[in-house]
Design a protein around this ligand. Structure first.
Ligand code: IPE
Ligand code: IPE
Ligand code: MG
Length: 263
């Protein structure tokens, strides 16, 4: 029985390796953005407190980050805390604000070893000092790394981001340093917190919710969307691989007539 089980496991590993090889031969998305959702429900299913789900979700972050790095994804943006999540109970918020410190402190040596670079989008000023400190330390320590950019969206809200861009443009116009006619898509791109990142090609949301919850509204204009029922703590390499395979089978037309309809 045990031997049979072990053989099955080895077969699974071979199968996953074959799939990795096949995926690598096709276009790997430059930038994958993930709405990590379902931690609370994962815990509830196990009669555990919601925070246990967040803690488990942290392990998924580590696994998926390493896997994305191995596959050659250039940037991985993870929605970790939204500007709306302040509406949650204080005890849950406090726990979530401790996670960056716990995650980054234990995982920093591994990030360095793998050449992963930590970045953040969102309003850093409103985070508790200890959370800010942990994030700044990780950003500073990993700043010269050349591998995957691991970009945490922390206290991030897309509408707030766009309000800031609009205010800045209005200010420049009123001061006479910017002509209204010079405002175009590229200029707006350059003012976003994601200015230095490639445009997201693929958005994944776990947990079965089919909405954006104020995430990268401008940036996702032409991304491929994948919604899965899997809860974030259960999301594993196989799930990520499946998402990449689905992405590779999509026909991205960008408004033109590619694929079947051409000619
Ligand atoms: C996602 O899991 C993590 C954060 C939003 C911080 P949730 O906490 O939203 O889990 P559900 O949606 O309640 O299951
Ligand atoms: C979105 O999840 C925010 C993050 C994953 C950080 P939520 O669980 O907060 O979204 P809603 O409330 O279901 O829209
Ligand atoms: Mg949720």
């Amino acid at each position: 029985m045990l031997r049979k089980l072990m053989r099955k496991k080895t077969e699974d590993v071979h199968l996953l390796n074959d799939r990795i090889e096949a995926v690598r031969k096709r276009q790997i998305p430059n930038h994958v953005a993930i709405i990590m959702d379902g931690n609370g429900r994962w815990a509830k299913q196990r009669k555990m407190p919601r925070i246990a789900g967040h803690h488990e979700g942290m392990k998924t972050v580590r696994q998926i980050t390493n896997f994305a790095n191995e596959l050659g994804v250039k940037a991985l943006t993870l929605y970790a805390f939204s500007t709306e999540n302040w509406k949650r109970p204080k005890i849950e918020i406090d726990f979530l604000m401790n996670l960056p410190g716990e995650f980054l402190n234990t995982y920093l040596p591994e990030l360095m070893e793998k050449g992963i670079k930590v970045e953040m989008i969102g309003n850093m000023d409103a985070l508790p000092a200890h959370t800010r400190k942990a994030i700044i330390k990780a950003i500073e320590t990993t700043k010269d790394n050349q591998g995957l950019i691991l970009n945490f969206a922390m206290n991030y809200g897309s509408r707030l981001e766009l309000v800031h861009v609009m205010k800045e443009l209005a200010k420049e116009v009123s001061e006479g340093t910017l002509e209204i006619n010079s405002i175009n898509e590229n200029l707006i791109d350059s003012k976003l917190m994601t200015a230095h990142l490639p445009e997201p090609d693929l958005l994944i949301r776990t947990s079965g919710e089919v909405r954006l919850s104020n995430f990268m509204l401008w940036q996702l204009a032409y991304a491929e969307f994948i919604f899965t029922n899997v809860l974030w703590p259960d999301f594993n390499e196989e799930c990520f691989m499946q998402a990449i395979e689905d992405f590779q089978n999509r026909d991205r037309r960008f408004g033109s007539l590619e694929g079947d309809q051409k000619g």
